[in-house]
Design a protein around this ligand. Structure first.
Ligand SMILES: *[C@@H]1O[C@H](CO)[C@@H](O)[C@H](O)[C@H]1NC(C)=O
Ligand SMILES: *[C@@H]1O[C@H](CO)[C@@H](O)[C@H](O)[C@H]1NC(C)=O
Ligand SMILES: *[C@@H]1O[C@H](CO)[C@@H](O)[C@H](O)[C@H]1NC(C)=O
Ligand SMILES: *[C@@H]1O[C@H](CO)[C@@H](O)[C@H](O)[C@H]1NC(C)=O
Length: 497
């Protein structure tokens, strides 16, 4: 492998080669496992994770397995629950392989911090796993997660506290607003701007990139679309070029991108086109943590690596006036939906239910005598269908106003699914069962409905947007999702001679 033509290469023959080992326990099936209720039923994991990958996928054994150091961490990992190998494994194998080939011609002293960073993460990982195994509760004066919505409340609390103690995010400083470091924080995509801003000013931010666990690429997808998209030629390349140029800049100027080919980097966007823009850089798409509203698993969203971002619409920029609704007994409308016919799912919904049944209030345009939010406040179930993209602000509106969300979506990865069991506070109706909507919802016993409604109100705190952020709110939950995905990989360095 030729070195970059860099004459300042140290004369020492030591090159640094970094590669990524995925902690298999947590990775499988989208991290559910580490935070899951049931202690894992054990089966013994093969000797090395790489071997496991090899035997799973047959032919494509990464060369790294033969010549690299033993991936000690993967062996030290706990026995994973019995789970079928998922598609994600082969993806991981590619990471291991490609990251292995990332080489530097230069040594960077601040890379020496990597061992310290990794040691602290290893400690956190062990503590979380212990909390899960031993079913021990930690103490938190503000809030102790309890209730049916948590897959494993103890592991979640421990993980959350470890995050608060340790997690450090480096935000690349290059680039000027509005394309970088800023995004609109009003409108239905506003969560993009809110979170970018909150990350920039948060206590989790470090100015020392050597101490960071993750690196934030502060692109503003909304601004890129607003400034670089030329409607009449409909070309995506100018948008993608902006992302490509930025990654090129940071990967040339700093060592961190090349070290893992983006595995410990993240981007965040609520705009539908974020996945397309991230696709400009194959390693960004494949390796990095992409925090997306458009969490469509048919379009490359990977629940184990990417983070599903809830779409949250705050008409006046804050939650004021949005929280609360009638108690269950005073909710007089069974089902409510109003909205444009964007996409095929809503078309099916309209065809089946518009103006058909007084219990099923499905509207394209809201009648003049009804207010949108007051319908959320007095309905039992609120339909959240996909539109042009999978996410919709209705899901969080339902939780804010006590209306149980009914998700009509295909290929949607739900937010915080690694921590929260959505089946305890929402209903999934498969798209092909839309004709049975009423039958499905009326078959839910009243007690179960009341339980879901109550749980939805309790879970609301994780979707709240606060200025400044409060513990356990949506800002912290998004960071926690990123944190989980970071502790699921381990970076190694090796010195080749
Ligand atoms: C964990 O502890 C709680 C009460 O402290 C108990 O209800 C629950 O069954 C325990 N779970 C396991 C898996 O031991
Ligand atoms: C990272 O890799 C790219 C492409 O291989 C190279 O052009 C760049 O100089 C490298 N960056 C650093 C900091 O060495
Ligand atoms: C709105 O008006 C229609 C008739 O125009 C009536 O049937 C319906 O009950 C009214 N709804 C509300 C919420 O007042
Ligand atoms: C999700 O992705 C699939 C595959 O590209 C696409 O057919 C579907 O329409 C997408 N769903 C939504 C709601 O955009």
């Amino acid at each position: 492998m030729p070195l970059p033509p860099d004459s300042s290469s140290p004369s020492s023959s030591s090159k640094l080669v970094y590669f990524v080992v995925v902690i298999p326990l947590i990775l499988l099936s989208g991290l559910v496992l580490i935070l899951n209720h049931n202690p894992s039923t054990t089966f013994s994991w093969p000797l090395s994770f790489l071997d496991a990958l090899n035997s799973h996928s047959g032919a494509r054994a990464p060369a790294a397995a033969a010549e690299g150091p033993e991936p000690a961490a993967s062996r030290a990992a706990l026995q994973p629950p019995a789970a079928q190998p998922t598609q994600d494994q082969s993806l991981v194998m590619e990471n291991v392989q490609s990251a292995k080939t990332a080489k530097f011609g230069k040594t960077y002293t601040n890379l020496d911090n990597l061992d310290m960073v990794e040691a602290s993460l290893a400690q956190a990982r062990a503590t979380i796993q212990e909390a899960q195994r031993n079913n021990e509760t930690s103490y938190d004066p503000d809030y102790v997660p309890t209730g049916p919505m948590y897959r494993n409340p103890n592991a979640f609390l421990r993980s959350y506290l470890e995050m608060e103690k340790l997690f450090k995010i480096y935000v690349y400083e290059d680039g000027e607003p509005p394309l970088y470091h800023y995004s609109k924080s009003l409108g239905i995509l506003g969560i993009e701007g809110i979170l970018i801003h909150q990350i920039e000013i948060s206590k989790f931010r470090t100015r020392d990139p050597g101490k960071a666990h993750v690196y934030f690429i502060p692109l503003s997808v909304q601004s890129i679309v607003a400034y670089a998209y030329v409607r009449h030629n409909r070309a995506w390349s100018p948008l993608q070029n902006i992302a490509r140029d930025y990654v090129k800049l940071i990967s040339t100027k700093y060592p961190y991108w090349n070290r893992t080919l983006g595995c410990d980097h993240f981007i965040l966007g609520c705009h539908d086109w974020t996945p397309m823009i991230s696709n400009a850089v194959p390693d960004l798409f494949k390796n990095s943590i992409r925090v997306l509203c458009n969490a469509n698993t048919s379009e490359g969203f990977k629940p184990s690596t990417d983070v599903s971002l809830p779409e949250i619409y705050l008409p006046h920029g804050t939650m004021d006036g949005l929280i609360g609704g009638m108690p269950p007994s005073e909710r007089s409308v069974l089902v409510f939906y109003a909205g444009g016919i964007h996409g095929y799912i809503r078309q099916v919904l309209m065809d089946q239910w518009k103006d058909k049944d007084p219990d099923i209030q499905i509207h394209e345009y809201l009648p003049k005598n009804m207010s949108y939010y007051s319908m959320f406040r007095k309905s039992k179930y609120c339909i959240c269908p996909s539109g042009w993209e999978v996410a919709s602000p209705r899901m969080v509106e339902g939780l804010y106003m006590g209306c149980v969300p009914v998700l009509l979506k295909d290929h949607y990865a739900k937010p915080f699914n690694d921590v929260l069991d959505w089946s305890t506070f929402s209903v999934d109706v498969p798209v092909n069962q839309i004709p049975d909507l009423k039958k499905i919802l009326t078959a839910i016993p009243q007690e179960q409905y009341q339980e879901m409604q109550k749980t939805g109100i309790l879970v609301r705190r994780h979707f709240e947007v606060n200025f400044p952020p409060k513990r356990y709110d949506v800002f912290h939950m998004i960071l926690h999702s990123i944190w989980l995905r970071r502790i699921n990989i381990q970076l190694h360095d090796t010195h080749e001679s």
